[in-house]
Design a protein around this ligand. Structure first.
Ligand SMILES: Nc1ncnc2c1ncn2[C@@H]1O[C@H](COP(=O)(O)OP(=O)(O)OP(=O)(O)O)[C@@H](O)[C@H]1O
Length: 697
């Protein structure tokens, strides 16, 4: 009985057989009827042979067309031949004898019992047009159906098994059953499937989208491709940032690549996992783009930038391959402040261009390039409150205006990388490491919690997820210094220049960057606290400081009055710090300083506190300590060590003679009491008795 869609039962009068028994009985009756008619009509027995031959031939043709398995073909040919043989005999003799009828009965019984061999379906592993499937693939398909049922309790139908070109794995195409089973459910079983399939170490199963929502492709690697080192392909031909940027290979040989016009990248991994190498890959790939400029914010000791800059410092190229590189927080603040200014400026200045191109997205080009800031050791950057704020702001506003970021960090956890920064990163990479829980932190526990580092092959390998897609294992290209040098020379010749409107918005910090870079990336003989990031105070060759600078604590990024100040001028140094709240009223003798903002009220200090001292006191308060290393204080104030020393010396404040230990490091530094009770100074208005939490004037 069938049923209508409304549920009312309805009789089914079709003669289509239901099951093997029905088909056998129907077949036997039909054969007996043909024999009876033939006998009555005195048909020539040869017709029986003809029927058998035509039936068998038809079975072969139809079977091949419908991809019937060999057992089904044999069974069906057998049925035609035995039926045809019986018919021939009965036409020659008579159907009406007990023996012929018994032969028909026995034959029919045998056909009924052997019917399962004749089943034409399922023949897994086949889609129209894919041709005959190899027997091994068909067996593999059946195994995967069984495995999906065993491991995931999902009764999927495998529709194809396609070997990878290199023979290092295969794709299993499957249709999910109805009833709400989703691809995402399967993703959680990837590890279990790989184990059940007894895949070699380092091999795994990736779950990818199929042709439709109910289809899935399991990428099964059988040879540990990720274990071999892949050099960066020696191809520096020009590309566009509108094309995917490649940084490695997946296990099946496909390039690991992402579109970085709008999506920013967050790459995390423990020390030595291959983050810097990955950033080098991205720097090369992005540097090749004629519509993109690479900036480096390298707080990791210059390892990222140095190989790029050397060719320029050595005079092997006139143009610097990296448009701007910042090796320390102070320069980083200038860079990020300039990037924020550019993003804001572009919003306004290129409105007409967007309208004329009928697009909401800033159309990047050789004349109007994207800026991609590659940040090595983002955790160090976000440890600085100002850098963190700037990075956050840039990430929030830079997408449309083509100011993008690639950030690396030791861990993807919120203590090192702000949650917003992770959430806003469309491309997320977690490099190999012993701690599987990092995958949960990076990709979310629902997906990442079910992945395993066992799928990777040590340093240089990782998982990448693009725009929330299932994380895929990949191996990053290995970019060695010699190759970076080659790339740097090629890119120096092809990279674009910043568009004039953006360069204008970036101000003098941008215009003077090369002088500072040249200084910062050249070796200098330095000596403890008199170190400087860009130069020595007494060295007349030291470059001028840019007029646009981040204010002391970088909280107010405004152009400083007075233009480019000189390197060793304490007034200008202090002046740079007066943006913090505004203590412009203080000035050293003989110097007039224009107030940038109205002076703040102070509770009741006996005498005014110089701004540099006030800011230093703030830094001690923020750090909740009575001792700060010179580098810490300089960093907190956005100054170099020499700038700091020069600014404090007039107030009789110098680093303590004896080094002290903080955070496990022994170094010289400043003591809070020296700021509260300075020994003296050139300025008549010294400031006895000030306490942290005071307000500078
Ligand atoms: N893709 C790669 N292929 C082969 N070897 C690699 C790859 N990436 C990194 N390595 C190896 O690992 C070492 C460390 O790499 P890298 O400096 O990039 O790691 P890192 O995570 O940046 O380390 P750190 O955080 O200490 O700076 C390299 O010297 C290199 O030998």
């Amino acid at each position: 009985m069938g049923s209508t869609t409304t549920g009312t039962p309805r009789a089914d009068w079709s003669v289509r057989p239901r099951g093997a028994a029905g088909a056998t009985v129907q077949g036997a009756l039909a054969l007996a009827a043909v024999a009876a008619v033939g006998d009555t009509a005195a048909l020539d027995p040869l017709w029986g042979g003809a029927v058998a031959a035509v039936g068998a031939l038809g079975t072969v043709v139809v079977g091949a067309h419908r991809h019937h398995p060999p057992a089904a073909l044999l069974y069906r040919i057998g049925c035609w031949l035995s039926g045809g043989g019986w018919l021939t005999y009965t036409l020659a003799a008579t159907p009406w004898s007990l023996n012929t009828l018994a032969a028909l009965g026995v034959g029919s019984l045998a056909a009924g019992l052997l019917a399962p061999f004749g089943r034409a379906t399922p023949t897994p592993g086949r889609q129209p047009g894919t041709g005959l499937m190899l027997r091994a693939s068909a067996r593999n398909a059946a195994e995967w159906e069984a495995r999906l049922l065993r491991v995931c309790r999902i009764r999927a139908t495998v529709t194809d098994v396609r070997p990878w070109p290199g023979g290092t794995g295969y794709d299993v195409h499957a249709d999910l059953p109805g009833g709400g089973v989703t691809r995402r459910q399967l993703t959680g079983y990837a590890e279990g499937l790989a184990t059940d399939a007894r895949l070699p170490e380092g091999c795994g199963v990736e779950v990818a989208a199929g042709a439709h929502r109910g289809a899935v492709v399991l990428r099964v690697s059988t040879v540990n491709q990720l274990a071999r080192t892949i050099d960066y392909p020696a191809d520096y031909s020009p590309r566009s940032v509108l094309e995917p940027v490649s940084f490695g290979e997946h296990a099946n040989g496909e390039p690991a690549a992402a579109l970085l016009r709008e999506d920013s990248v967050l790459a995390s991994g423990k020390r030595g996992s291959g983050k810097t190498t990955l950033l080098q890959d991205l720097s090369i790939a992005l540097g090749r783009c004629l519509d993109n400029l690479v900036w480096h914010l390298d707080l990791n000791g210059g390892g990222l930038t140095q190989p790029w800059i050397d060719v320029w410092l050595e005079g092997r190229t006139v143009r610097c391959p990296i448009d701007w590189a910042a090796p320390n927080p102070a320069e980083g603040k200038r860079m990020l402040a300039a990037a924020v200014a550019i993003a804001k400026h572009r919003k306004a200045s290129y409105r007409a261009l967007k309208r004329s191109r009928n697009t909401n997205l800033l159309p990047v080009s050789v004349e109007l390039p994207q800026i991609t800031i590659v940040v090595d050791e983002g955790a160090q950057a976000v440890a600085d409150r100002d850098l963190k704020e700037l990075l956050n702001e840039l990430q929030n506003i830079g997408r449309n205006e083509a100011v993008n970021m690639v950030v690396s960090a030791l861990r993807p956890t919120s203590d090192l990388i702000p949650v917003n920064m992770r959430k806003q990163s469309g491309v997320r990479v977690q490099m190999y490491g012993p701690d599987t829980e990092e995958l949960g932190h990076m990709f979310g526990w629902a997906i990442g919690g079910k992945l395993s580092m066992d799928q990777l092959a040590g340093r240089g390998t990782g998982f990448v997820s693009i725009d929330g897609s299932a994380p895929r294992p990949f191996r990053a290209y290995n970019a060695l210094p010699g190759q970076i040098e080659q790339a740097a020379l090629a890119i120096a010749a092809t990279r674009p220049d910043l568009d004039p409107a953006s360069a204008h918005a970036a101000g003098s910090a941008y215009a003077t960057r090369y002088e500072r870079m040249r200084w910062a990336f050249t070796d200098h003989d330095t000596d403890d606290d008199t170190d400087t990031e860009y130069g020595d105070a007494e060295d007349g060759a030291a470059p001028a400081f840019p007029a646009t600078a981040t204010a002391a604590a970088g909280r107010h990024l405004t152009a400083l009055p007075g233009g480019a100040d000189t390197w060793a001028d304490p007034v200008s140094l202090a002046h740079r710090t007066t943006q913090h709240g505004s203590a412009a009223a203080w000035a050293a003798p003989g110097h007039a300083v224009t107030a940038a903002a109205p002076p703040r009220q102070i509770p009741a200090p006996a005498r005014p506190v110089p701004p540099i001292v006030g800011l230093a006191l703030d830094a001690f308060t923020a750090a909740e300590t009575g001792r700060l290393h010179s580098t810490e204080l300089a960093e907190a104030l956005g100054m170099s060590l020499t700038e700091l020393a020069d600014a404090l010396r007039p107030h009789g404040i110098t680093p303590r003679e004896n080094p002290f230990k903080r955070g496990g490091v022994r170094a010289r530094g400043y003591a809070l009491e020296d700021f509260q009770h300075p020994s003296g100074g050139s300025h008549p208005g010294s400031h006895p008795g000030v306490t942290p939490g005071h307000t500078a004037v």
